[in-house]
Design a protein around this ligand. Sequence first.
Ligand code: PLP
Length: 264
Amino acid sequence: MHYGGQVVDVPGITALARKYQLKVIEDAAHCCPAHYRENPSEPWKSVGTAADISCYSFYANKTITTGEGGMACTQEDALADRMRIMSLHGISRDAWKRFTADGSWYYEIVAPGFKYNLTDVASSIGLHQLRRADDLHRRRTALAEEYHRRLGTLEEVILPKAHPDRVHSWHLYVIRLKLDRLRIDRAEVIQQLKQRGIGTSVHWMPLHMHPYYRETYGYRPEELPQAAGLYPQIISLPLFPDMNEGQLDFVVQSLTEVLRAGRK
Ligand SMILES: Cc1ncc(COP(=O)(O)O)c(C=O)c1O
């Protein structure tokens, strides 16, 4: 899973999978588009070209959207056929194929399938969104760069940064609070920003701390210390392609004031 749009070590994971004969299913929900290369002399590769199956989300808050839905990509015909069949009730031929002039009503159910197909209406929105994907990405990148520039001197935060040889999608702009420098906690920062009309979010509470996983498997937070340690520090700042300079300025100003007032 490429968190927030930062591409993980794809060559490393691919090599590990090859060594142990594993399949790689990639969660690219945050990554339309995002790119990586193995070193500066290699060409850029798109996320979605190395895994056995790559899954994108086009939910309303994603970098491109169809309102709801998503897309799975694969280079293997057998997997593609299986996904097509399983996404539409296990039916051997979809309605488009049945109702063309030389089609036939006849179909067979060949597997106990699901109803996971993207609707035609959503797909038509997606085709238009896809044409805008690079423009929307450029806008997100410019906003992220402006956040870097404007927040870079704020001593109470650690900013996200794109690793070398990555093109980050900037689906999320997640900052980390240096809690040891603050008298206030993350909840207080979120509350004070909210009072000023700024909506932020947290991506995410670690899975093992959610009631289902905690109660079913008996996990304690400290069993995954990296995730549990990062959780109280993280805040996702507003970032969306239509965000204007005034809005970004207001977020930067407000966050700066809240954190300065909350200094130890
Ligand atoms: C990393 C990640 N994977 C998967 C999903 C699920 O996507 P969808 O809501 O399109 O099923 C999300 C949704 O927010 C996500 O953030």
